[in-house]
Design a protein around this ligand. Sequence first.
Ligand SMILES: *Cc1c(COP(=O)(O)O)cnc(C)c1O
Length: 383
Amino acid sequence: MVPAGGPATRWAWVEIDRGAMLRNTRAFKKMLKPRQRLCCVLKADAYGHGAVESSKIMRSAGADMFAVATVAEGIELRRGGCSAPVLVLGEPPCDAIPELLENDLMPAVYTSEFALAFGECAVQVDKVGKYHLAIETGMNRIGVHYTKVVSFRRGIEFHRGIQCDGVFTHFATADDPCGWDYKLQCTRFDEAVQAMRDAGFECGIVHCDNTPASILDPESHHDMIRVGIGLYGLQPADATRERIRLDPVMSVRARVMRVAYPSMGEGVGYGFTYRVPRATVQICTLPIGYADGLARTLSNRMDVLYRGGRIRQVGNICMDQTMVAIQQTPAEPIPEAEYGDLMTIVGRDGDAEVSMDEMARLRNTINYEVACDFGMRLEKIYI
Ligand SMILES: *Cc1c(COP(=O)(O)O)cnc(C)c1O
């Protein structure tokens, strides 16, 4: 059954299933040994699911730490009452240092300029700035090169204002843990950690696994796993599907705000990319558009769920609205839609389902992007 409801002011919304998020979080927590930690990745407003609400749900399911992409995201968590450790997954500009210290956010660090500036500021406010060392092992995105970690630590560690709370790397090909590229990153990471230990440096929490690595290669869990997409019930790869059951958390719903029967041959939407083939086609308007994450490239290529079945989206998707067609076929008559009727853009309605994966395939992208996009403007309703 499709739940009723939705926000009072707009007939399009994102529905977040708390129970599903709780179950997914617990499923990852269950993979871990007692002293291993779960870091829940809440960047991009929790992949569109709402970071503050998600942090509360995940914390109650055993999250030990949270990770965000930006300082602003970290501050939002603190203002929302989150008191768990928060890691910023990139090294912010030095200008962000006072805010990091004020809000007790741990940055990823990979330049000595930043590390020393962080230490200086920390001493001034009588704090110790905790950081996680980012190690470059092959993704070629951020981090200190794995062969240079010891000299890097030597160049900053004398500073009493900083403390290494953890060291980490990030995989480029974790969906293929048997592949050479993944194994090479693992070896390089292990080498770097060992070299630091041999040189007498504390490494703190050692971590490298994202969702696919956490599921496919338990050997590499180390002290903590950093899970993002899986918490939201989405599979990062085909290979993970048979290894863990995850429940989708986000649905996208809308109510019909107008119904009409245009004459045969009339166009629908900008550019008339769809024309009404006969006068019995009912055109319904939904108040959701590409500024809400319903990508315009889906125009005339996607289905919407209505009363447990599929109907076609027609015409170009507009910025804030889109049209769908109820076209009768002799085989299965579809009831006429009325003002206020519920339609599902992503999610389940009876036995029918449009998954994030289906929409990602149609858009030629990955489920991560589809979920993030729906987080842009739509109000979130937690059920
Ligand atoms: C986004 C991100 C993650 C989480 O990745 P998922 O595939 O969503 O689990 C982990 N670590 C880093 C550094 C990231 O940027």
